[in-house]
Design a protein around this ligand. Structure first.
Ligand SMILES: NC(=O)c1ccc[n+]([C@@H]2O[C@H](COP(=O)([O-])OP(=O)(O)OC[C@H]3O[C@@H](n4cnc5c(N)ncnc54)[C@H](OP(=O)(O)O)[C@@H]3O)[C@@H](O)[C@H]2O)c1
Length: 272
């Protein structure tokens, strides 16, 4: 462990040697944008990944102008094999090491499992699980070779519910993150799953859902989520649950009878 109880710290002034680099997927909006802004403010160069090229360029210009850090754009659709391969190649480029990877890109599914098409669930799984698993694997090998690094995977508290393909893929992403964290214990590479509750972003509107019925105390701010996640990642925690209410709720959900969990998941799905 490095000084101050941290597993890693690449910020300027910590003796790291080069301008540290963070690759953030889904960096143009919501939680990913909050990670990108926070890391750039700390002095990280940022590689921003998303599909919309224009928004990517806007974010890169903002980060470079405000924080005087290098900001790259990497357009990729992470629901496709080609998109995952493009980001994997950047993570494995030995000339431009990535010190911190934030797998955050994601989307919701408007319908229940039965009302969706099988291809929709498969594409969602590629985005929420397959890309997270493969990019974590690639980054973990490169980081272990260099002796340190941080991988932060934004999963969801939905992993503890049974809300269709979204819950299933988020559960798989959480499990593979914990598996990797356990395999890398004792190294200076940390792997952290961020199990977020409701966060005010574009996520719900994009999926045709609304946060209107969700009480204010359940809605987290994207920057607060990124701040807590980075604190937990630097401390080497395998799981991060931002927000005091959600931190209290998670163990209750884990211990609750599954029939009860299925019932609230079903009611929640039919209410949206
Ligand atoms: N908001 C919540 O309540 C909540 C709760 C728990 C977990 N989460 C998780 O948090 C993560 C971030 O979500 P958010 O709430 O910040 O949503 P958001 O505001 O909608 O942002 C989603 C980001 O992901 C990118 N993205 C979406 N599909 C992509 C694809 N196929 N390939 C590459 N990039 C893609 C989007 O850019 P482009 O559209 O340009 O690609 C955007 O930058 C997701 O994994 C989500 O599941 C959210």
């Amino acid at each position: 462990m490095t000084s101050g109880g941290r597993h890693w710290d690449f910020r300027p002034g910590t003796g790291h040697g080069h301008v540290p680099t963070a690759l953030v997927t889904g960096a143009t909006s919501g939680i990913g944008l909050a990670f990108a802004r926070r890391l750039a403010a700390e002095g990280y160069g940022v590689v921003a990944v998303a599909r919309d090229r224009e928004r990517l360029s806007r974010v890169a210009r903002e980060l470079a102008a405000l924080h005087h850090v290098p900001a790259e754009t990497l357009p990729a659709d992470l629901a496709t094999g080609e998109g995952i391969a493009a980001v994997a190649a950047r993570l494995e480029d030995p000339r431009r090491p990535v010190d911190v990877l934030v797998n955050n890109a994601g989307a919701g599914l408007r319908t229940t499992f039965l009302d969706s098409r099988p291809e929709e669930a498969a594409d969602l799984d590629t985005l929420l699980y397959r890309s997270v698993s493969e990019l974590s694997w690639r980054a973990a090998h490169a980081m272990r070779g260099r002796g340190r690094g941080g991988i932060v995977n934004v999963t969801s508290l939905a992993a503890l519910f049974t809300s269709g393909p979204y819950s299933a893929s988020k559960a798989a992403a959480t499990v593979i993150t914990e598996a990797l964290a356990a395999e890398l214990r004792g190294t200076r590479v940390t792997v952290t799953a961020v199990m977020a509750g409701f966060v005010t972003t574009e996520f719900h509107a994009r999926a045709g859902m609304s946060l209107a019925g969700v009480p204010g105390f359940l809605r987290l701010d994207a920057d607060a989520v990124a701040r807590q996640a980075l604190r937990d990642a630097r401390a080497g925690r395998a799981l991060s649950v931002p927000g005091a209410f959600y931190r209290a709720l998670a163990p209750v959900l884990r211990a609750a009878p599954r029939g009860f969990v299925r019932e609230i998941s079903r009611n929640f799905q039919s209410a949206r």
